[in-house]
Design a protein around this ligand. Structure first.
Ligand SMILES: C[S+](C)CC[C@H](N)C(=O)O
Ligand SMILES: N[C@@H](CCS)C(=O)O
Ligand SMILES: [Zn+2]
Length: 330
């Protein structure tokens, strides 16, 4: 079940209450596809699997639900109409692919709920919207540098139809994620005000533990999210775990909306070879050692981003007092 009666205003508070105060987001999606053998060396990155392996996409969603995730994020992070057009698809086919990303996640939820029967829990499907930098496919979401010629209208027009199509596909939420700069946060906030009926979260990334990756002030970015009525949670993703506590404290000063956190493993991404460099990562046990501290200081949605796995999510569920013993996590 989702939360079919929820409105934009109450969706997140109802959901968090029903989840015992802290909800669990899934883990790295694209990197889990890769662990299952998918080759993501492609401008569409994980969205390539919507074309080539929809069954694997569904299976990864199911694996995260089995691991204990309360929120699953769709495969649309790097799915854009422009990206599909560059591959020779029509605009309509690109739009159909966006819808398919939501349909597959909803199917996974239905399958899982059916299996759980009466012991099912509320589960949300969050439609991912990655940044313009993700579409560029050169790791720009870790620099947030779009050049001096970039402007608000360009970003709004780049994302507009994509956001509309995803919203019309009936996810519970839109997850604007790995937002690297203030201009793009503003573009997303303004697009939401153009009649989008689905609530959203804004999730930024940082590489210094203070600012967002472009160097823009996290406080200013979080304030943009705070001012937008459609935004129901604000936080950080795809950022090393060691930076998270400080970032939560900074966000808390800018908003009283729920705070979400889904760090990566701490490894570094090499966009040229499209691979993670395995030198600075933390093991699941270290990642999870931070989780209760993050909750104590104010986070209420916790999961993992790139290079975390269903095992990370199982470990998060085991460590949360609100979850321990509430489900079997074999
Ligand atoms: C969050 S990054 C690892 C996503 C992939 C990147 N946009 C690329 O295409 O290389
Ligand atoms: N939801 C995306 C985020 C990439 S930073 C993924 O997990 O692949
Ligand atoms: Zn990530």
């Amino acid at each position: 079940m989702g939360l079919s009666n929820g409105t934009v205003d109450t969706l997140m508070s109802d959901f968090l209450r029903k989840s015992g105060g802290v909800a669990v987001i899934d883990g790295g999606f694209a990197t889990e596809l890769e662990r299952h053998g998918a080759d993501l060396n492609d401008p569409l990155w994980s969205a390539k699997c919507l074309l080539t392996s929809p069954n694997l996409v569904r299976q990864v969603h199911l694996d995260y639900l089995e691991a204990g995730a309360d929120i699953i994020i769709t495969a649309s992070y790097q799915a854009t109409i422009q990206g599909f057009e560059a591959k020779g698809f029509t605009k309509q086919e690109g739009e159909a692919m966006l819808k398919k990303s939501v349909d597959i996640a909803r199917e996974a939820r239905d399958i899982y709920n059916k299996k759980c029967g009466e012991s099912s829990r509320p589960i949300l499907v969050a439609a991912s919207v990655g940044s313009y930098g993700a579409y560029l496919a050169d790791g720009s979401e870790y620099s947030g540098d779009y050049g001096n010629a970039m402007n608000l209208e360009f970003l709004k027009s780049f994302h507009r139809r994509r956001v509309q199509v995803l919203a019309e596909s009936c996810p519970d939420l839109i997850a604007f994620e790995t937002i690297p700069n203030k201009l793009e946060a503003k573009a997303f906030a303004e697009l939401l005000e153009e009649g989008i009926k689905i609530p959203a979260w804004f999730s930024f990334n940082s590489k210094d533990g203070v600012n967002v990756v472009s160097g823009d002030s996290l406080t200013e970015c979080a304030k943009i999210a705070d001012s937008c009525k459609k935004v129901v949670a604000v936080g950080i993703n795809c950022t090393p775990p060691r930076f998270i506590s400080g970032l939560i404290l900074a966000i808390k000063k800018a908003t009283s909306k729920p705070i979400l956190i889904y760090p990566n493993s701490g490894e570094t991404y090499d966009a040229e070879i499209k691979q993670w460099v395995k030198n600075t990562g933390v093991a699941d046990v270290d990642f999870v050692s931070y989780v209760n501290k993050w909750c104590e200081i104010g986070a209420s949605l916790i999961g993992g981003c790139c290079r975390t796995t269903p095992n990370t999510i199982k470990a998060i569920c085991r460590t949360l007092p609100t979850r321990s013993g509430s489900m079997s996590l074999a």
